[in-house]
Design a protein around this ligand. Structure first.
Ligand code: ARG
Length: 465
């Protein structure tokens, strides 16, 4: 078949599809546009060029290119990288073809030698792993940034008391620092998940060829080292078909986003007039176009919502992979939008949440007052009685009656005098006053992981180390 355009070598026109030799028709424009992915994968140009530069060196070691050819290819690839970075748009079905087209425009027939022994299937698998490696590093940094913000606020609020909740009902007093450090624990586990995912992504698929392995004597181990990978991947079919490493990164993103959604959900609650535990600086909130009174925690709400979007990205990719026969299938091209969106969204949300945490203004007095309301010292009374020998079930029942009376008479448990307490049980002694306070309640939760101030200080020191 002929095909229009200037031939750079006999039979192969620059403007022609690389598979034009086998095809007798020009591509249908609709199908051509539908199957192309350059709009999406253009952002892999750095990874693609890094892979090609390493591949050219491997081709010298395999005796395919001379050192002089390799250095001309390398120079041209560096120029192309600069062009892409400046936004110049080359054409092609995808980023791999677009780079190759520019290379052939610059080098003529020599540009057509680079793809020896390589397929876009191992090429794209490599590009994605390089992308995941860089994205994972950025995500780890952003997670650490949010952790630092939470730790700094925890340190400021080592003596701020708030109600701890179960069922969104006031339950027992806790330190605000303890509550904030709960999120630090989640984020530390998130970092572990990202590090773990990166560890498994750390293998180079290049040299797997289209599916069966390169037909040229490529030293895949050295190529892997050259690209900064721990090893070459073990099985060529798996190398071009596997997207586990993307799934794992998106799964780690999804879990982290769920954590952010819970934190931001609490920011929404805390900054409501109903709670009034905290307020956001004007710069971190939004107003209403109609109601002049409104100050809305829109950024926190959006993080809460975007957690679902990232979970959607994960499910999207899982559905692409489900039931796919080995090895490469064009379905896999659909991995990129999910990956890019998941990473972009998670990174932005980590930065936004850190900003919100840094900016929150906590109202210590409101929190302290709320910590006492809701009979939150009831468990202290029950624990006190069971320490004096009353079986806990009986203590629970007895204190339940006290709470019922307190509710009926509109009083707080802490307002009961010793004589009144002794009406319920003779086991109450003068030392009960030490327990019927917020500080007494906090201090008694003195176990590893508890909210006793000394334990929270210890936990803070641990996460800071
Ligand atoms: N654009 C493709 C992708 O992202 C690259 C590999 C295409 N391979 C092929 N044989 N058509 O997956």
């Amino acid at each position: 078949m002929g095909g229009a355009g200037q031939a750079d070598v006999e039979g192969f026109a620059l403007s022609q599809q690389p598979w034009g030799g086998r095809f007798g028709e020009e591509p249908d424009p609709l199908i051509d546009q539908f199957t192309g992915s350059l709009d999406v994968d253009r952002r892999l140009f750095r990874e693609d060029i890094a892979g090609s530069r390493a591949w050219a060196k491997a081709l010298v070691r395999a005796g395919v290119l001379t050192p002089d050819e390799q250095s001309r290819i390398d120079q041209a690839l560096r120029e192309i990288e600069t062009e892409f970075a400046a936004g110049d748009s080359s054409e092609g079905e995808d980023i791999h073809m677009a780079v190759e087209k520019r290379l052939r425009e610059k080098l003529g027939p020599l540009g057509g030698k680079l793809h020896t022994g390589r397929s876009r299937n191992d090429q794209v698998a490599l590009d994605l792993r390089l992308y995941v490696r860089a994205a994972g590093t950025q995500l780890l940094e952003a997670l650490a940034g949010l952790e630092s913000a939470l730790i700094a606020r925890a340190e400021e609020h080592l003596d701020t008391v708030m109600p701890g909740y179960t069922h969104t009902q006031r339950a027992q007093p806790v330190l605000l620092a303890h509550h904030l450090l709960a999120y630090v624990e989640m984020l530390r586990r998130d970092r572990g998940r990202f590090a773990d995912a990166l560890g498994r992504a750390d293998a180079s698929p290049l040299g797997a060829g289209a599916l069966a392995g390169s037909g040229f004597p490529i030293d895949r181990a050295e190529l892997a080292r050259d690209l900064g990978f721990a090893a070459a991947s073990a099985n060529s079919l798996d190398s071009v078909a596997d997207r586990d490493f993307v799934v794992e990164l998106l799964a780690a993103c999804s879990i982290a986003m769920i954590h952010l959604s819970r934190l931001c959900g609490e920011i929404v609650l805390w900054t409501s007039v109903e709670f009034s535990f905290a307020s956001l600086p004007d710069a971190l909130a939004s107003g209403s176009s109609m109601m002049p009174n409104k100050k809305n925690p829109c950024a926190a709400e959006l993080v809460r919502a975007k957690s679902g979007r990232v979970a959607g990205d994960l499910v999207n990719l899982l559905m692409v992979l489900k039931g796919l026969p080995l090895a490469y299938n064009r379905d896999l091209q659909e991995d990129k939008e999910a990956l890019f969106d998941g990473v972009d969204t998670t990174l932005t949300c980590l930065h936004v949440t850190a900003r919100l945490v840094q900016g929150l203004r906590f109202d210590r007095d409101v929190m302290r007052k709320a910590a006492l309301e809701g009979y939150t010292l009831a468990t202290e009374l029950a624990d006190y009685l069971s320490r004096k020998g009353l079986p806990f079930r009986d203590a629970h029942h007895l204190v339940g009656r006290m709470v019922a009376e307190a509710i009926a008479t509109h009083r707080g448990l802490e307002s009961f005098s010793l004589a009144e307490l002794q009406r319920f049980s003779p086991l109450f002694g003068a030392d009960i006053v030490d327990h019927l306070t917020l500080e007494g309640a906090l201090g008694s939760r003195d176990v590893v992981g508890g909210t006793a101030p000394a334990r929270v200080r210890e936990a803070l020191a641990h996460v800071k180390a």
